[in-house]
Each structure stands twice: as structure tokens, then as C-alpha cells.
Design a protein around this ligand. Structure first.
Ligand code: 5AD
Ligand code: SF4
Length: 463
């Protein structure tokens, strides 16, 4: 009997992309494919790509260069470009990259196994020097939502799962390519999501992270009253679920209703990813973010008044076209005001077809890099002092895996902080354990295991 065909899949970009990759893998495994440990062992190499910044694309272009050489040696190899770059660069890929056999946009994954099969068949009958299109192309027109129907048994983590609640994005942010690669917002109905989560829980999941590009705008395409807050309340009824997180939120949709849900629902994770992008009103306006720094801060104050234990995460873009030193300083000021638990800081990268790409990218790269470093320094200072304040507290940690350091395990607190702790008899993947924090490391905490019924845990976890 011939051996089963093997695939190797690499995913770039956001969590949404990583979930897509998981679902693609589950389809391929269901169709009889085996995972290869590297490209050299694979019959099919798939790249699930990201277009959000030039850097993400450059990594894929260089990978494709390596694969071109491999394909000269092994013409039967199938190379597939999936995801946002497939959507964005479909013409270029077809016209200029004859070694790419398969181009599938993020909205066309529904029958990915059949598409891979088709590409293998076409490729098998093709001569190595044939440069004419043997491609299989599947990209959304206006991008619909042909997602994979999930098999809840197939997932990488036993106790944790990502759940997509919506695809696409309707926001007009001037710098962002996502609306064009992923299309308009498309929310899944509450009962469909609850059913999926229930089935995941029946199979051992206790922590879910709901995913959407603007997750707190969830439901507005489904009619009045369908909101993230209502979805959270519905999910909160599932007894097996101990943690419910959601990313990423847009400041404009941080409603009083959502703040109340965060304040009232104890099993909703205590962190909120609420990207500010900038602290300068002129830049925010140019970015078409729809809020001012004062309005952002007012929302944060409202949240903190009702749910003071929720920590905030942010994204910032430095070096947006025309950003002056004073405008950059406004981002520093905003960061100083809010004191985020964590921030991702990006150098502005012009994306073709976006509104901002029509402006001159006039902040030199060296200045972008310097601003990036300065903002990061502020973030690191805040992180270090928050971590120091946790030393001595007791946190409930969900065990996620063994640490790189021998004899240690790692897990996360309800605030999404990473904790390492020495192993013990009771430690197993997916356990919730009380850990006393003993030391603040750079980006993580060190702790010691306590007896399971430790009284401080509930209070400590909320500290
Ligand atoms: N350049 C730099 N950063 C960007 N982001 C989105 N588009 C760009 C761009 N063109 C950042 C934003 C967003 C995160 C996912 O990526 O900060 O929140
Ligand atoms: Fe990258 Fe955005 Fe596509 Fe995610 S949605 S893969 S961040 S371009």
C-alpha cells in the first residue's frame, strides 16, 4: 500500500490565522494526510500567510524562493499559498510564481482537502519545465465566509481552544489591509457558537478565547441585541468553562453593556486587548480610528471604575506618515497614563491599496526604530513594576506545558500572565493550580506550588 501523503504547514500572522491553520490541518488529517516534520519530508508544503506588515510578507517571499529551488529537485512537490497573501497577491502568484500550485484565500478554506487533492493530481501530470498555470485558485470575491466546519476532537491543546465568532472587518482604519484580505464582518449566531463551545467542553476544554478582528463589534450584522456581552453571558452558563477570553477589541465598541458583563461575570478572563494605536489626536484622526486620546482614556476610566481588576493590553503604531516628535510623545503620555500590562509596538508599514499608502511614508526607518525602542522601554518599565507588585500573591494558574527550563512547568494566570513553577506530583496539562509568585522575571513570573485548597487563591487570582 502506498504511504499516506504528507503535508507541512507553517502559519504566520494573527491568532485568527493560527486557528485557520488548525482547522486546515484537521481537514487534511481527516482526509488521510499525515503531518511531516519539515518541508523535505512533505509532499505538500502549505504557507498560511499574513499581509498586515511588509515584514510578514517578506518572510513568505523568501520561503517561496527556497521552495522554488526544492521544487526543481522534486517537481512533484505541491506548494500552496493560503491566507491573506493569497487573497492580496493572487495575480502576481499566478503570473510570476509557476512553482506555486495552490492559492487559497482565507474565506475559501471550506474544502481545502479537496483543493489540495486537486493540486496534487494536476501536478502529477505536469512536466517540470511546464510553466503554464497548473494552479488551483480559490479566493473570495468580496470575500465571503466559507469557513471549515469544526471537528471539536481535533485540536492541539486538550483544555484550551480558540473559537472564531466573526470573520472580516468593517472598520475604516487608514493603514490596515485586513478589510481587503478578509472582507466585511460576518458574525456567527450565538446558538451556533454556544453549541461549538459546548462540544469542545464535552471533550475536555475549560478555557476558550473568542476571536474576531473587532470582537466587541460582534453581532452588529446579525441585528439589534446580538452583542458580545450577550454572547459572554450565554457562554457563562456552560458549567465546565472556567475561563472565557476574547480578542481583539476596538475602543469604539467598549460599551457600558460590555463593561457590565466584564464586571459581573467572574469566569471572563481579566484582560482586555484594546489597541490605542496612538496617543495623538491628529494621528488618530488621520488613522480614522474614530476616537480621541481623551475618549480612549474616558473609556478606560469607565472600565476601571466597574472592573478594576481587568488589565489592559494595547497595540501602537509608530512612525505613521507625518508623525512628529511631539505626536509620538503623545503616545508615550497615553501609555504612561494607562499603564498597560502588555503592548505590541509596530513600525508603520505602508500597505498597498490602503488610504495611508497614498501618503508619503516620510518618517525615516531609523526614527521609527528609535521611537519603537523608546515606547518599548516605557512598556517594559510598567511591566516590571506590575510584575514586582505580584510577588507574594497567590495566583490560579492554568497549566499549559513544560517549560524550556528542565523540571519546570508553565501556565497562565487569569490576567494572561505567564508563570513558571517547579514541577510536582499534581502537575498535569490543563490543571488549575494555586501558585505563589516568588520572583518577577523579564516577561514572566516565577512561583511555587501551594496546596490545592489554598484559601488565598480566589482572592489572589483577582488581585
Ligand atoms: N503598519 C504597522 N502596523 C500595522 N498594524 C496594522 N496595520 C499596520 C501597518 N500597516 C498593527 C496594528 C494592529 C496590529 C494587528 O497590527 O497595531 O492592531
Ligand atoms: Fe495578518 Fe491581518 Fe490577515 Fe491576520 S487578518 S493574517 S493579521 S493580514
Amino acid at each position: 500500500m502506498p504511504r499516506p501523503p504528507r503535508y507541512h504547514l507553517t502559519s504566520y500572522g494573527c491568532q485568527m490565522n493560527k486557528l485557520d491553520a488548525e482547522l486546515v490541518e484537521s481537514r487534511l488529517v481527516g482526509a488521510g494526510y499525515e503531518r511531516a516534520s519539515h518541508d523535505g519530508e512533505a509532499d505538500v508544503v502549505l504557507l498560511n500567510t499574513c499581509s498586515v506588515r511588509q515584514h510578514a510578507e517578506d518572510r513568505v517571499w523568501s520561503r517561496l524562493g527556497v521552495l522554488r529551488a526544492q521544487k526543481r529537485q522534486r517537481p512533484e512537490l505541491v506548494v500552496g499559498v493560503l491566507g491573506c497573501m493569497a487573497q492580496e497577491h493572487q495575480r502576481y502568484l499566478l503570473a510570476r510564481m509557476p512553482h506555486v500550485d495552490l492559492v487559497v484565500g482565507p474565506s475559501a478554506f471550506g474544502d481545502i482537502d479537496a483543493k489540495v487533492d486537486e493540486a496534487r493530481q494536476r501536478n502529477a501530470g505536469r512536466r517540470a519545465d511546464d510553466r503554464r498555470g497548473a494552479h488551483v485558485l480559490a479566493v473570495g470575491e468580496g470575500v465571503s465566509g466559507d469557513a471549515i466546519v469544526r471537528d471539536p476532537r481535533v485540536r492541539p491543546h486538550r483544555s484550551q481552544a480558540w473559537v472564531s465568532v466573526m470573520r472580516g472587518c468593517n472598520m475604516p482604519c487608514s493603514y490596515c489591509i485586513v478589510p481587503s484580505t478578509r472582507g466585511p464582518e460576518l458574525s456567527r449566531p450565538i446558538p451556533v457558537i454556544v453549541e461549538e463551545v459546548q462540544r469542545l467542553c464535552d471533550d475536555g476544554v475549560t478555557e476558550i478565547t473568542l476571536l474576531g478582528q473587532t470582537v466587541n463589534a460582534y453581532g452588529r450584522d446579525l441585528g439589534p441585541g446580538v452583542t458580545l456581552a450577550r454572547l459572554l453571558r450565554a457562554l457563562h452558563e456552560i458549567p465546565a468553562l472556567r475561563r472565557i477570553a476574547f480578542i481583539t477589541s476596538h475602543p469604539n465598541f467598549l460599551s457600558a453593556e460590555l463593561i457590565d458583563a466584564l464586571a459581573e461575570l467572574p469566569r471572563v478572563a481579566r484582560f482586555l486587548h484594546l489597541p490605542a494605536q496612538s496617543g495623538s489626536d491628529r494621528i488618530l484622526k488621520a488613522m480614522r480610528r474614530g476616537y480621541t486620546a481623551a475618549r480612549y482614556l474616558a473609556r478606560v476610566d469607565q472600565l476601571r471604575a466597574k472592573a478594576p481588576d481587568v488589565v489592559l493590553h494595547s497595540d501602537f503604531i509608530v512612525g505613521y506618515p507625518g508623525e512628529s516628535e511631539a505626536e509620538f510623545q503623545a503616545s508615550v503620555d497615553l501609555m504612561e497614563r494607562v499603564r498597560f500590562a502588555q503592548s505590541y509596538i509596530f513600525k508603520y508599514s505602508p500597505r498597498p491599496g490602503t488610504l495611508a499608502a497614498e501618503l508619503v511614508d516620510d518618517v525615516p526607518d531609523a526614527v521609527k526604530a528609535e521611537r519603537n525602542a523608546r515606547l518599548l522601554e516605557v512598556q517594559e518599565r510598567h511591566l516590571a513594576s506590575a510584575a514586582q507588585a505580584l510577588v507574594g500573591t497567590v495566583q490560579e494558574v492554568l497549566v499549559e506545558g513544560e517549560s524550556k527550563v528542565d523540571g519546570r512547568w508553565t501556565g497562565r494566570t487569569v490576567h494572561h500572565r505567564l508563570v513558571h513553577f517547579p514541577s510536582g506530583d499534581r502537575v498535569a496539562l490543563g490543571c488549575y493550580l494555586p501558585v505563589r509568585i516568588t520572583q518577577a522575571l523579564g516577561h514572566s513570573l516565577l512561583g511555587e506550588l501551594l496546596a490545592e485548597d489554598h484559601a488565598e487563591v480566589r482572592a489572589g487570582a483577582r488581585a
